[in-house]
Design a protein around this ligand. Structure first.
Ligand SMILES: Nc1nc2c(ncn2[C@@H]2O[C@H](COP(=O)(O)OP(=O)(O)O)[C@@H](O)[C@H]2O)c(=O)[nH]1
Ligand SMILES: [Mg+2]
Length: 306
């Protein structure tokens, strides 16, 4: 797909946030000619509604006020440039795509609470990695419900890749052990491991995930090479809290932010950048095969504001 095509698809995927942010912002800066308190209040309200986070919004408004004092701003329209600049600067820090070397095993452990989009993301990621020439194997490490194993198998069939599984309620560490046996006997591609995310037994969940991670490292030096945390963008501040817990307990190396198509609060990416400092590897903008995108900060800012 051409660069323009990619941007257009991203814009339509993020249409809800874009409609809230870009349209109202244009309204605000073109209709109001006065840089007064009323404008600042409306600006603040709008940016908070898009979930850019109180810290970012406060810093932005202070910046705009400072520039006004220094007479660097002549009209309201320039506020949009300041916003664009500040968003780009903060998002650049989390713009580190996942790079997977070819020809050697690479284990991705996918974690996150139930319903965040782990299994769907794994399916979409499989397609994306295949497009760039990687071989992929899936591991059904969410053994808590039979349906979770079946759901992964559906994606396995769709993409034509092997799914390593056992019965429901099997020990996930045992399933991972099986999969890494295949690596030891010569498999050289990407291994993506699905995991459980039930919340009501959170302590046990973290212990289970730690064990899975430990087995990986024991069976293959350096594994898991990536721990991807899947977060549902529609949950806002909750997603940030979840991330802190997973980061502390398991250690997270990258984030996937899903369901950006379903929310006007896509600004949460800025909040995640500010509060977590973890790279956002991918974003989900729909349920289909092609709806997972590598995160790119400048495309993202364009999709929201241009
Ligand atoms: N609209 C939308 N739905 C998504 C996205 N990612 C996942 N979903 C949906 O979210 C629901 C939960 O996803 P699932 O992969 O089962 O979550 P898991 O419990 O973490 O494995 C499913 O209905 C998915 O189709 C996304 O980027 N956009
Ligand atoms: Mg699942």
């Amino acid at each position: 797909m051409s660069k323009d095509g990619i941007l257009e698809k991203l814009k339509s995927g993020m249409a809800k946030t874009r409609n809230l942010l870009a349209k109202n912002l244009d309204h605000l800066v073109f209709d109001k000619k006065e840089l007064d308190k009323e404008l600042f209040d409306e600006l603040e309200e709008l940016l908070i509604a898009a979930d850019l986070g109180p810290q970012f919004v406060q810093d932005l408004i202070n910046d705009v006020r400072d520039r006004l004092t220094r007479k660097e701003l002549q009209n309201t329209v320039q506020i949009k440039n300041v916003l664009q600049e500040r968003m780009a600067a903060i998002l650049r820090q989390i713009d580190r795509p996942l790079i997977i070397p070819a020809g050697q095993p690479f284990v991705i452990m996918v974690v996150g609470v139930n319903g965040s989009g782990k299994t769907t993301t794994i399916g979409k990621l499989t397609g994306l990695l295949q497009k760039s020439g990687h071989e992929v194997m899936l591991v059904a490490g969410d053994t808590f419900r039979a349906a979770a194993i079946e759901q992964l198998e559906v994606w396995g069939n769709r993409t034509g890749v092997t799914v390593v599984k056992q019965n429901a309620n099997a020990d996930p560490a045992a399933v991972v052990f099986d999969a890494l046996g295949k690596v030891k006997s010569g498999y050289n591609g990407v291994v993506i491991v699905d995991t459980a995310g039930r919340l009501h037994t959170r302590v046990n969940l973290m212990e289970e995930l730690k064990k899975v991670k430990r087995i990986m490292g024991r069976e293959l030096a350096g594994a898991p090479q990536e721990i991807l945390l899947v977060l549902d963008a529609t949950t806002g501040q909750n997603a940030v809290i979840q991330a802190k817990t997973f980061q502390k307990e398991i250690g997270v190396t990258g984030i996937v932010l899903t369901k950006l198509d379903g929310t006007a609060k896509g600004g949460v990416v800025v909040r995640i950048a500010g509060e977590l400092g973890l790279p956002v590897r991918y974003i989900g903008v729909g349920e289909g095969m092609d709806d997972l995108r590598s995160f790119n900060s400048s495309d993202f800012v364009s999709a929201l504001l241009d």
